[in-house]
Design a binder for this molecule. Structure first.
Ligand code: NAP
Length: 246
């Protein structure tokens, strides 16, 4: 009996944090993984080597997701290396918190460029190039439900991600491709921890009834469910993976 070929997954922003945990988990689940990064070449290459050492297949691929040309190049590289792409995980993202009244144009533009345009760039490419039967998982955030002060621009970018998730799920009718979002709550990564006092981290960590921060592996497990066989019937949904914070 011939074995089914390995499914190929691109994970954006996979050099660190949640993306690195997703790439490692998908590799453990048998996916060939493209580890995308913007600047952190060394950790991305190290993760690819580690996956290789453990018997998996992975490459690191530099591309700023806000640049459509770079995103096309990343898909080209994945197709050249592995013959096609089955799964896209749109994880790359940034967060800068400030009240709307105090937010500089550049801060607004950068979050929109990476979180919204970056997600659009990869979704457009995936819609054109993903093999039938594929999966798309976008990273949103539970702040879309919490709507706390200071999160105006960031929450707006993630609301846009959720909107594109639902629309693309319908546009891909007939190709057996699901499109879903995972919306983490506070999760222990640089993005969440940077600039917060231990007291604030503790307060935010205990807001959820499960009374702890999410770990990158918690989020990776949700993404792996949607990318794997058990998630096949879930389409056009946003799954809040947050310990019950909202
Ligand atoms: P993180 O630790 O700051 O890691 C961000 C990753 O995104 C890095 O690998 C970074 O690559 C990459 N990246 C940033 N800008 C990029 C660009 N222009 N092109 C390609 N890659 C880029 O963040 P995280 O906490 O893991 O967050 C991952 C996702 O989860 C984000 O979409 C975030 O909004 C979402 N999220 C996080 C939390 C949380 O509490 N942590 C909660 C809800 C949602 P380099 O290292 O190369 O810069």
């Amino acid at each position: 009996m011939t074995q089914a070929p390995c499914k190929v997954a691109i994970v954006t922003g996979a050099s660190r944090g949640i993306g690195a945990a997703i790439a490692a988990r998908l590799a453990r689940d048998g996916f060939t993984v493209v580890i995308n990064y913007a600047g952190s070449a060394a950790p991305a290459e190290a993760l690819a080597r580690k996956i290789g050492d453990q018997g998996g297949r992975a490459i690191a691929a530099r591309a700023d997701v806000s640049d459509p040309q770079a995103v096309r190049g990343m898909f080209d590289a994945a197709e050249a290396a592995f013959g096609g792409v089955d799964v896209l995980v749109n994880n790359a993202g940034i967060m800068t918190l400030s009240p709307i009244a105090d937010t500089e144009d550049a801060v607004f533009d950068r979050q929109v460029a990476i979180n919204v345009k970056g997600t659009f760039n990869t979704l457009r490419e995936a819609a054109r190039r993903l093999r039938d039967g594929g999966r798309i998982i976008n990273l949103s955030s539970s702040v879309v439900g919490l709507l706390q002060p200071g999160y105006g621009v960031y929450a707006a970018t993630k609301a846009a991600v959720e909107a594109m998730t639902s629309v693309l799920a319908k546009e891909l009718r007939g190709r057996a491709i699901t499109v879903n979002a995972v919306a983490p709550g506070p999760t222990a990564t640089d993005l969440f921890l940077d600039g917060k006092s231990p007291e604030l981290v503790e307060r935010l960590a205990t807001m959820a009834p499960l009374e702890r921060l999410g770990q990158p592996d918690d989020i990776a497990a949700s993404v792996a469910f949607l990318a794997g066989p058990d998630g096949a019937w879930i389409n056009g949904q946003t799954l809040r993976a947050n310990g019950g914070i909202i």
